[in-house]
Design a protein around this ligand. Structure first.
Ligand code: SF4
Length: 65
């Protein structure tokens, strides 16, 4: 599973970070830069990833199975 981050949409409200502050590593200004995050293959990380995608109000996160 991967998450594609569209940093141009990110508004820095850290809802993804609240789900998992290791996977969603915000920059010094509190924004998530454009990147592809490879989600570790554990139930906890996969659940956090799905929750973060749902929680992002800007739809900056896209899940790829
Ligand atoms: S939840 Fe969305 S808008 Fe908020 S910091 Fe994360 S990617 Fe950016």
């Amino acid at each position: 599973m991967k998450i594609i981050v569209d940093g141009a949409k990110c508004q820095g409200n850290a809802r993804c970070w609240a789900q998992d502050n290791e996977m969603f590593n915000l920059d010094d200004e509190g924004y998530l830069p454009s990147q592809t995050i490879v989600v570790p293959d554990t139930p906890e990380k996969q659940l956090a990833a799905r929750r973060a995608v749902r929680a992002c109000p800007e739809r900056a996160l896209a899940l790829e199975e």
